[in-house]
Design a protein around this ligand. Structure first.
Ligand SMILES: [Zn+2]
Length: 220
């Protein structure tokens, strides 16, 4: 069956949309981060290599990542489709991923690119506040999700704080890195005719409707 993939800048709501797809279609979420973390707990040569690499902040060798992903996608729960997350991150990986899918007789399915205005993202990131106590997330730049009392959690009365990297400068860095890294991957999938632009400036439900229409074939 087919692979579903999301490409989106930081804070564009990629995780939320992936969750909605997973829930509606009852398909697994294949996260390369999770696969690596799981294998790192195994008592094997491969497990210790992955554990050492991850804990030293390094990158696991591509060949190993490919093998692990292929093994995971072979499992029965992937046969009716899946959402792949955290991979591919480079053009080389995208090309190799195509070969893996071919070997398994899966199709690339859809690659959703969530288009969203940079200033919308900046407002989301810089307005984000988190409850120290219950971890509830608010946004002081949005009427719908700002707390009723300033700096105080609606749920539990805890104090709200701002993450260190939720500032304009860190956001700009993350955004630039995203553009640079994903540009070749976007082009690659565009040329293959599997890239779908989604207007991410809309509400969560409206964004999901665009995605759902394409997956179900209505909007193609
Ligand atoms: Zn709270």
């Amino acid at each position: 069956m087919k692979s579903i993939m999301f490409i989106a800048p930081p804070a564009a709501g990629k995780g939320t949309q992936a969750d909605l797809v997973i829930e509606k279609y009852n398909i697994p979420h294949i996260s390369t981060g999770d696969i690596l973390r799981d294998i790192s707990k195994e008592d094997s040569e491969l497990g210790s290599y992955v554990l050492e690499t991850l804990s030293s902040g390094g990158l696991v060798k591509d060949e190993i990542t490919y093998q692990l992903i292929e093994n995971r996608l072979k499992k029965d729960d992937c046969k009716k489709g899946f959402v792949i997350d955290g991979f591919p991150r480079t053009l080389d990986q995208a090309i190799e991923y195509g070969k893996i899918l071919e070997r398994l007789n899966y199709s690339i399915g859809e690659v959703f690119l969530i288009d969203i205005d940079k200033d919308v993202l900046e407002k989301r990131v810089t307005g984000r506040r988190i409850c120290e106590n219950c971890k509830a997330i608010y946004n002081i730049n949005s009427e719908d999700s700002k707390p009723q009392i300033e700096s105080t959690c609606d749920e539990c009365g805890g104090r709200l704080y701002q993450r260190n990297d939720d500032n304009v400068e860190a956001f700009n860095n993350r955004y630039e890195l995203y553009e640079k890294k994903t540009e070749p991957i976007i082009k690659y999938y565009e040329e293959k005719g599997v890239l779908y632009h989604i207007d991410g400036n809309k509400s969560i439900d409206e964004v999901f409707k665009q995605i759902d229409d394409i997956i179900s074939g209505v909007g193609k």
